[in-house]
Each structure stands twice: as C-alpha cells, then as structure tokens.
Design a protein around this ligand. Structure first.
Ligand code: FAD
Ligand code: NAI
Length: 483
C-alpha cells in the first residue's frame, strides 16, 4: 500500500467522509483518517453526526414520539392501548443499531470508492526540509497515531475535524450527571428531574426526547428571546406548543454554580427579574453551543492559522493560509450543520480538481426536529426589517390543511417572505408537521430564484401538507383558496 496520496482528509464526519468520496470520484488517490472509536475500540466513521449527533438524536426522537403517540394520541384515532410500557434499554439498543448501520454504510462507501481509511489521530508534522506549508508544491506529512504509528504524505490536505460540546465554566462534563450531547443520548434510566442549560437546537431536541419518556424538564436559557435566530412569529408559535407539552423554558436567566449533592445536582440561577433560584435535578444536559475541534491536529507544526476560538481560518472557498490545505465543516466559520459540512466537502474536492465548487450560504436550510418541527431557509422577517428591505408576507395555518387534519397534527403554519417589488422569495419558515421535508421545496425555489407566484402556480398533490406551502405562497398575494 502506498503512503503517498493526492488528497488526505483528516476527520471522517459528514464534512470529511463526503470530501473523501468526492475526491476519489474525481480520480484522486485519497485517504481519510478518523479517530472515532466504537464501544469495542473499533472505527466508527461518521463523526459527531453519526455517532452522537444527527442520527442517534433522530432515532430517539422517533422512538419517543411513537411512545408519546401510543400513550396520548392513539385514543383519538379509536385505538386502545392497554399496558403500554417503556423498554428504554431496547430503545437505546435500537438507536445504537441505527448508528452502526450508518458507520458500516460509510465504511462500505469508502471501499466502493477506493478511499483508503486510517483509524487513528491525524496530525501535521513539521517538515522544514521540503518546505512543507510554504509552497504550492509542498507535500504534507501527516502522522497517523492509531494501533500503530505511521506517516503518510499528501499533496492536498482537507481538515474536517469537527467540533465538541462547550462545557459550562466550573462544571465539566462527567457524562454521568453533567451530560454533553454524548451522555444525553445514552442515559440508562429516565431521569425524574432533568435540567437543560441552553434552549438551542440540542436543548429542544433532547428536552423533547426525555420529556416524552417521562422526565420533568426545565430548560434554562440565557437569552431573553426564545430561538433568536428563528423568525419571531414562528418562534412564538413553537413556544406555545412547547409550553402546552409541559417543556418548562425559563428565558433571560443567569446560570451560576452547579453543585453535586447526594441526591442529584443543584443549579443556582437568577431569573429574568434578578431573583435567585435553585434547580434540583437528577441529570443536567449542557447544550450551550459547540467549539471547533483542532486539539491534536498540531496546527502549529506547519503554521496553520486558527482564530481565538480554535477554528481554522478559511476564506469563502475553504482555503486556509497554507497552500493546498483546506478546511470544512464545524471546524470553520458558518453554521454547524451536517449538510453545510457536506456541501463544503464536495466543493473543496471539486476545487482541487480545478472545477468551480460552490456553496450557497443563503439557501442552507435549518431544521429543528421537535414536535412541531421547525424549518427555515433564507431571511427572517426581523432580518428583513432590520435591513430595510421591502417585503410582502403570506402565512397559511396547518389548521386549514386537509392532510394535517387527517394526520391529527394541525399545529403551526407555513410563512413566505417575498420581495415587495420583484416577488422573489427571500425566506420560507415552517413550524408544523414534516417541516423538515416541506422545506426542500422552498430551498429549490430559492436556489432557482423563484417568485412566490411561481410556487402559487405549481400543481401540488392533494391532500398533502405541501398544499400549505402553495397556499402560503398564494397568501403573499392575499388570495388563499382554503383559508
Ligand atoms: P464531525 O461530525 O464532528 O466529525 C469530525 C470527525 O473528525 C470526528 O469523527 C472526529 O473524531 C474526527 N477527528 C477530529 N480530530 C481528528 C484528528 N486529529 N485525527 C483524526 N480524526 C479526527 N446537524 C444537522 O445538519 N442536522 C441534525 O439533525 C443535527 N443534529 C445534531 C444533533 C446533535 C446532538 C449534535 C451535537 C449535532 C447535530 N448536528 C446536526 C450538527 C452536526 O452533527 C455537525 O454539524 C456535523 O457533524 C459536522 O460535521 P464535521 O464533519 O464538520 O465534523
Ligand atoms: P445552540 O447554539 O443551538 O444553542 C445554545 C443555546 O444556549 C443558545 O440559545 C444560547 O443563548 C444558550 N446559552 C449559551 N450560554 C448559556 C449559558 N451560560 N446559560 C444559559 N444558556 C446559554 O447550541 P446547541 O444546542 O449546543 O447545539 C450546537 C449546534 O449543533 C447547533 O447550533 C447546531 O448547529 C447543531 N445542531 C443541529 C441540529 C439540527 O440541525 N437539527 C440538532 C442539534 C445540534
């Protein structure tokens, strides 16, 4: 086996493994190094997303939603459920199986595309004699520290080392009581009292899972507004639904000391009025954002520039300060999303091949997989107002959609924002059933710079939730047909 590669990718998450596959498709001799270990110490390709992120969280969201439906909503359909029980160990084992299928799937894709995989930690090696990092013709030596240690050499290096959960100062993760996303996905018994710090994406998704399974959930959020990045009208609608479900969310708080006691944790906090409070919980999930992961990369060995948060500094095309060294995904600026990482990985591989890889940051969709789901693409109404853009808005409630009524899930709405003069769609925001799937139509429309009238004139299947999208587009012109 050769140790010389055209492209070496460090990190096998969605940014890295997709970059490696695309590079191999383009004819490059490609290696991917990833250090993630499964429970038995073997490789587990897929990074945060597959192992402790997107995939396991969605598996548990699905299982817990089934459980909640069986307990609370099947009766509305005339289905009687007697003796409903929860086998948490089985639910977690199913989640682990889903993760394994994805790990194995990526290993298979590497074989299929002839990507050489190295299990271990990849780090830059200083190489002054070849002038590594100094010229376009530099070759980079990368040390792989795995079961054995070896050095491989590459003409291009793509850094895709992802991110790690940020801990609360003074309260490091022990994954027993103070949990990151990792521990939050493998709690062995349903905690009676669960606290969450941060009502962002992880907080809402994990809070939903454990609330559905029976925990009393309290979420402490520093910001005074709920889901500040989400369109305000949509965030208000979502908050109403979460309040109704019993997810207790305290906004504008200041979290103080976290003390470990005999019977659990005690979290000191101050509410929005400045009053001192204490939250007693059995487990605490800390979901206050993530930090780029460059630990172990030995960036300084070659002078790879990082910012003050440890993120690799890149330009719009994911080029670092070193020739032929690129970086993608959570380890660079921009939203920490798997599909953003993937798009950057593809674009970089294509740029290495001399093609014009492109990522449109204006059309990266966001989805929060709660119930109701929240999904959006483009600008929010508050962003348009702040920028002084003249726009027209149209909304359509799922309450007036036949398919939503048949599903028994009529919470929420679809909202369109279109330019007042040209009618070009500037943003689409959805809170409601299957928002994660519905948003794709909006992404396609915006990518093709469609107008709201374009969507309003397209034939949508009946009865389908997508009719709410069409109706919201009609609402921009104040001519909904079913509301
Ligand atoms: P990562 O997935 O973090 O992968 C980096 C990989 O590099 C890891 O395997 C790591 O072990 C490896 N690595 C690091 N350093 C080295 C080294 N020196 N040598 C070798 N290997 C190394 N995003 C979505 O779009 N949708 C979702 O539904 C979603 N759900 C999420 C749920 C949770 C609970 C969390 C925490 C995140 C979620 N995300 C979701 C975010 C998503 O997981 C990340 O945006 C995505 O994983 C980033 O991909 P990446 O390839 O940049 O990094
Ligand atoms: P987040 O950035 O989404 O939310 C963090 C929240 O914590 C914010 O609301 C912030 O104001 C709050 N916060 C920060 N410090 C605090 C403090 N000291 N006390 C109280 N609140 C505090 O981060 P999160 O939820 O950890 O997720 C990390 C990232 O992972 C997300 O931003 C997203 O990029 C990705 N992710 C994506 C998912 C998806 O696409 N469905 C699901 C889960 C995660």
């Amino acid at each position: 086996m050769t140790n010389n590669f055209d492209v070496i990718v460090i990190g096998g998450g969605p940014g890295g493994y997709i970059a490696a596959i695309r590079a191999a498709q383009l004819g490059f001799n490609t290696a991917c190094i990833d250090e993630w270990k499964n429970a038995t110490g073997g490789p587990a390709l897929g990074g945060t997303c597959t192992n402790v992120g997107c995939i396991p969280s969605k598996a548990l969201l699905q299982s817990s939603e089934h459980y909640e439906h069986a307990g609370k909503h099947f009766a509305e359909h005339g289905i009687e459920v007697k003796g409903l029980g929860l086998d948490l160990a089985k639910m977690l084992a199913r989640k682990d199986q889903v993760v394994k299928q994805n790990n194995d799937g990526i290993a298979f894709l590497f074989k299929k595309n002839k990507v050489t995989f190295f299990h271990g930690r990849g780090s830059f090696v200083s190489h002054p004699s070849t002038g590594s990092g100094q010229s376009e013709n530099a070759l980079y030596d990368i040390k792989v520290a795995g079961a054995a240690e070896e050095t491989i050499t590459g003409r291009h290096v793509i850094v895709a080392t992802g991110s790690n959960a940020r801990a609360l100062p003074g309260a490091p993760f022990d994954e027993e009581r103070i949990l990151s996303n990792d521990g939050a996905l493998r709690v062995q018994g349903v905690p009676k009292r669960l606290g969450l710090i941060g009502s962002g994406v992880v907080g809402l998704e994990m809070g939903s899972v454990w609330r559905r399974l029976g925990s009393q959930v309290t979420v402490l959020e520093a910001l005074p507004t709920f889901l500040g990045a989400v369109d305000e009208q949509i965030a208000r609608e979502a908050k109403k639904a979460f309040d109704k479900q019993g997810l207790k969310i305290e906004l504008g708080v200041k979290v103080g000391e976290v003390k470990n006691g005999k019977n659990g944790l005690s979290v000191a906090w101050t509410n929005a009025k400045g009053e001192a409070q204490t939250l007693e919980v059995d487990k605490l999930i800390v979901s206050i954002g993530r930090v780029p992961n460059t630990i172990g990369l030995d960036a300084q060995a070659v002078g790879l520039k990082l910012d003050e948060r440890g993120a690799v500094i890149v330009d719009d095309e994911c080029r670092t300060n070193l020739p032929n060294v690129w970086a993608v995904g959570d380890v660079v600026r921009g939203p920490m999303l798997a599909h953003k990482a993937e798009e950057e990985g593809v674009a970089v591989a294509e740029r290495i091949a001399g093609q014009h890889g492109h990522v449109n940051f204006n059309t990266i969709p966001w989805v929060i997989y709660t119930s109701p789901e929240i999904a959006w693409v483009g600008q929010t109404e508050q962003q348009l107002k702040a920028a002084g853009v003249k726009y027209r808005a149209g909304t359509f409630p799922f309450m007036a959609n036949g398919r939503a009524r048949a599903l028994g899930d009529t919470t929420g709405m679809v909202k369109f924002l279109a330019d007042a003069a040209s009618d070009e769609i500037l943003g689409v925001h959805i809170v409601g059933p299957m928002a994660s799937e519905l948003i794709s139509e909006a992404v396609v429309a915006m990518e093709f710079r469609a107008s709201s009238e374009d969507i309003a004139r397209i034939c949508h299947a009946h009865p389908s939730l997508s009719e709410a999208t069409k109706e919201a587009a009609l609402a921009v012109d104040k001519r909904t047909l079913n509301f």
